[in-house]
Design a protein around this ligand. Structure first.
Ligand code: ATP
Ligand code: MG
Length: 452
């Protein structure tokens, strides 16, 4: 190969996205808002590995599910032959960890997680092969109260994010005996309509007829709509639980529609299932989904433990937030330091450290291959950073031990540049910032110094 021949570029894996700095601010905002809402309900974080033993998902999610049948990234560890899978969802790993570490021995636990999930799907808008979920798992709670709490928590999150067009769909899928009775009725019904079933439905007819209700095939919709409804097969305890959830939602003014066809894609669910759906994301409109899973602990060989949880798709929420949210991207920094001459550069390094000591976020203009650039080009960078202030040390300032402070977001009319002695720059800026926040309900909290 000749020395100056350019090597071929290596590109990322299809359906797995880089999140670039331009989007990082919105991600941070979304994640912080989600996490503060979860904390306000007393949820604690759990971090489990991205890789789990393959049987965990095969057994936990069910063999006849989209994920296990065709979406898992499974491989053999070439070092020892272990069968492993990149997690396609978070619940199975959390429950495994809860059993392994006996997490509920001293009472129920409210847990949350965030991280990448992997599914080998056809990449399209809102559907990726690597995507982020934030999820919660409430372990050891029996009643409808926790189911409703999870839903109220979501509602609070949409409110905090300024998302209005997200609606709640709710259903109960009963317990195993109730589902069996319904299942028998369903199989009988589908057998009467065998000519309408597509190949996938025929394959699932005896293995998992409930999943046929979830079909996206338009030719099957009418037939599926008229199929026997699970709710007609629920016993009194399941009905009471379902009623309990609804009563709490009504009391708290959370609107919902009951969708009798909502069954969810994993086998582990029972009783309450729900989805938050929007019409604003095309066909990938479900931003959050969950439900109760009282038998999953036993499925994994643990002590029977009732539980309930949900997961939200962070990419979908982010898209919605960008389109509708009331939140704006935070600035990169509070202060951008501009300097001309090497003495000024030295001073600005010192000043930068002092400003950071005072709790401010500071970007110092640093040299590139073409040098530090003109004053004008540095000021352009300062403006683009979103900083509220530029602190300028030019040649004159360096000699006079001064710095100029320019308010970048001020009105044209205001005097927006002052020169202050070098030693008072920190105090001057803190005063300015405190002044701007005068009357706000945040003052001494360093988290609130950062300006938007
Ligand atoms: P869908 O019906 O859209 O395939 P699902 O039932 O497979 O969703 P869940 O397993 O319930 O989805 O995951 C919870 C949430 O995670 C979804 O509501 C969605 O917001 C998000 N999600 C699921 N799969 C993907 C994906 N491939 N890419 C991006 N987000 C996803
Ligand atoms: Mg799916």
């Amino acid at each position: 190969m000749s020395e100056n021949k350019k090597l071929e570029k290596i590109v990322g894996v299809k359906g797995m996205n880089d999140i670039l700095p331009a989007d990082a601010g919105m991600w941070e905002l979304l994640e912080n808002t989600v996490q503060s809402v979860l904390k306000s309900y007393g949820f604690q974080q759990i971090r489990t590995p991205i890789v789990e033993p393959t049987p965990l998902f095969a057994r936990g999610l069910g063999e006849v599910t989209d994920i296990v049948e065709k979406e898992m990234y499974s491989f053999e560890d070439s070092m020892n032959g272990d069968k492993l899978t990149l997690r396609p969802e978070g619940t199975a790993g959390v429950v495994r960890a809860a059993i392994e570490h006996n997490l509920v021995y001293d009472g129920p636990k409210r847990l949350w997680y965030v991280g990448q999930m992997f599914r080998h799907e056809k990449p399209q808008r809102g559907r990726y092969r690597q995507f982020y979920q934030t999820g919660v798992e409430a372990l050891g709670f029996t009643g409808p109260d926790i189911d409703a709490e999870l839903i109220l928590m979501c509602q609070r999150l949409w409110d905090d994010l300024g998302l209005q067009n997200v609606r709640l769909e709710l259903n109960s899928i009963g317990d195993a005996a109730e589902r069996n009775a319904h299942r028998a009725a369903l199989i009988a019904y589908f057998e009467q309509h065998i000519d309408v079933l597509d190949a996938e439905a025929k394959r699932r007819l005896h293995a998992n007829p409930l999943r046929i209700l979830d079909t996206k095939n338009p030719a099957m919709q009418d037939m599926v709509n008229a199929a026997p409804k699970l709710i007609e097969y629920l016993g009194s305890e399941s009905l009471e639980h379902f009623e309990g959830v609804q009563a709490i939602l009504r009391q708290n003014n959370v609107p919902f529609t009951i969708n009798p066809r909502l069954v969810r894609g994993m086998d582990y669910y029972n009783r309450t299932v729900f989805e938050w759906v929007t019409d604003e994301l095309g066909s990938q409109g479900t931003v959050c989904a969950g439900g109760r899973y009282d038998t999953l602990f036993s499925t994994f060989g643990g002590k029977p433990t009732p539980a309930c949880g949900f997961a939200m798709g962070m990419e979908r929420l982010l898209e919605l937030l960008k389109a509708n949210g009331e939140m704006h991207e935070p600035a990169q920094c509070d202060v951008y330091l501009v300097h001309q001459s090497s003495a000024a550069q030295m001073q600005s390094m010192v000043l930068g450290e002092r400003l950071r000591d005072a709790g401010l976020n500071v970007v110092l203009h640093c040299a590139t291959a073409t040098g530090v650039g003109s004053f004008k080009s540095q000021m352009k960078k300062a403006d683009a950073s979103g900083a509220a202030y530029a602190v300028i040390i030019g040649e004159d300032e360096a000699v006079n031990q001064q710095a100029s402070v320019k308010a970048l977001r001020a009105d044209e009319q205001e005097t927006n540049q002052v020169t202050v002695p070098f030693d008072t720059v920190v105090d001057y800026l803190l005063d300015q910032i405190a002044g701007e926040h005068h009357g706000d309900d945040c003052c001494d909290d360093p988290d609130h110094i950062h300006l938007h």
